[in-house]
Design a protein around this ligand. Structure first.
Ligand code: GLN
Length: 424
């Protein structure tokens, strides 16, 4: 049976292919000769399933979709504070090549506009025998799960015709935001924009971000969750430049566009979407790419507000041992003891994810137990994801209970939580 997801994508691909608006990018001569009808959609889940429709293996240059990945590498190398000192995290509301520099300091508004992206590129240093650009390319390749390469023609054309970027780089140097010679920085930036990808690659790169920095195909942790969190935040507020507000309202996922016609959207924990179609709107975003992202978001409920799971209660059942069904036949004396003391042992069964909301209902239940409950048995066998917050709160609850001479016992399938609690 063909997957209903596949036939759905086929159907929207056919419909959206009828959209004829927009014009391919023409500022860089080497990019001008593209087929405007090329159109690919690739959707990758965080467990590595990829759905593809249309020209998903057609290659094009990554352009500005490179920016979040270089920014991520800079954050991983230097940490948030050092990077923040050079590039802010505020949406500029300006177009991608605007001179959005803070007055006085020259600090660019964010790493998604060219000024901020040039700055992020300047922060990447060579190491371990690899030049700065080699490290950038290795990072993109690790995100894609295959070795990527540079389109030399586009690179040379950008170098020759990228007057505005050249001006920006020198301006950044004058403010000491770029601290060294801006020429190699510009070259690295133009090279990173000229990296060849296809929609399949971009979907995997997006899914790697959705998967907390771990590539769903190679299972390699490419970026830590800290940098991923920061990258996706900035993509959310600034990834679409002066169209960011409209994008987030209608699509509701961190996104990034590139002037070759690529576009990505990331739904954390679920999927990465990539679309390729060269005709661009006035913001430099792919017309069909935007339409596809909007359509998918609406039909598949991917907008972050809808996609967020309702904080359903994590408590499946809570009972004391007098209520536990038992096959044991007791004599009158034992039954009396159980009746008198059974309420002192309570079983709380949890299910679902213990993220903040589930953790809150769990600790609410634990905090509201009668003072004469001496033993709490927490059954975690049906829980899925147990977050760090849940472990911390459980630790506190256990300490609180034990300081009152009460005990918390965990039942779980694999002992992972007890282990992170240091035995329990
Ligand atoms: N190479 C292009 C530039 O720097 C990238 C711009 C973009 O994709 N928005 O102008």
């Amino acid at each position: 049976m063909e997957s209903p997801i596949q036939s759905y994508l086929q159907q929207i691909h056919t419909e959206i292919a009828r959209l004829k608006g927009g014009k391919p990018y023409s500022t860089i001569p080497a990019m001008a000769n593209v087929d405007p009808e090329r159109f690919g959609i690739a959707l990758a889940t965080v467990d590595g399933q990829v759905y593809e429709v249309g020209d998903t293996r057609a290659e094009f240059t990554i352009q500005s979709i490179s920016k979040p990945f270089t920014y991520g590498l800079a954050l991983e190398d230097l940490g948030n504070d050092a990077v923040d000192a050079k590039v802010d995290v505020e949406p500029s509301g300006d177009s991608f090549n605007e001179i959005s520099l803070a007055e006085g300091t020259g600090r660019p508004a964010n790493a998604m506009i060219n000024a901020g992206a040039l700055t992020a590129t300047s922060l990447i240093r060579g190491s371990g025998g690899q030049s700065s650009f080699k490290r950038i390319l290795s990072t993109y390749s690790a995100f894609a799960g295959r070795q990527l390469s540079v389109d030399r023609k586009v690179f040379e054309s950008e170098l020759k015709h990228g007057h505005r970027n050249t001006a920006l780089a020198h301006l950044l140097r004058s403010f000491n935001i770029i601290e060294d010679d801006p020429t190699p920085v510009l070259e690295d930036y133009f090279r990173q924009c000229s990296v060849l990808v296809n929609s399949f690659d971009l979907a995997i790169m997006a899914a790697t971000l959705a998967n907390g920095g771990k590539n769903p195909l190679t299972h390699r942790q490419v970026l830590g969750i800290g940098p991923v969190e920061r990258v996706l935040s900035v993509m959310m507020t600034s990834g679409m430049y002066d169209d960011a507000g409209a994008w987030i309202s209608s699509v509701g996922m961190p996104g990034k566009s590139g002037v070759a016609g690529g576009i990505i959207a990331v739904l954390p924990g679920q999927v990465g979407l990539a679309v390729y179609s060269p005709p661009l709107d006035e913001h430099g975003g792919s017309v069909r790419g935007l339409a596809t992202a909007q359509r998918l978001s609406r039909d598949m409920e991917l907008h972050f507000v809808r996609a967020a799971r309702a904080g359903r209660s994590a408590i499946l059942a809570s009972y004391d041992v007098t209520e536990t069904p038992s096959g044991i036949r007791r004599n009158a004396e034992a039954a009396d003891v159980l009746r008198a003391h059974g309420h002192r042992a309570r079983v709380v069964e949890l299910n679902g994810d213990l993220l903040f909301a589930g953790t809150e209902s769990m600790v609410r239940e634990l905090s509201s137990l009668d003072d004469d409950v001496e033993l709490v048995v927490l059954d975690l066998r049906r829980t899925d994801q147990v977050s760090g917050v849940a472990v911390r709160m459980l630790d506190e609850a256990r300490t609180g209970l034990s300081s009152a001479g009460r005990e918390l016992v965990l039942i779980e399938a694999d002992g992972a939580v007890s282990e992170s609690l240091g035995g329990c």
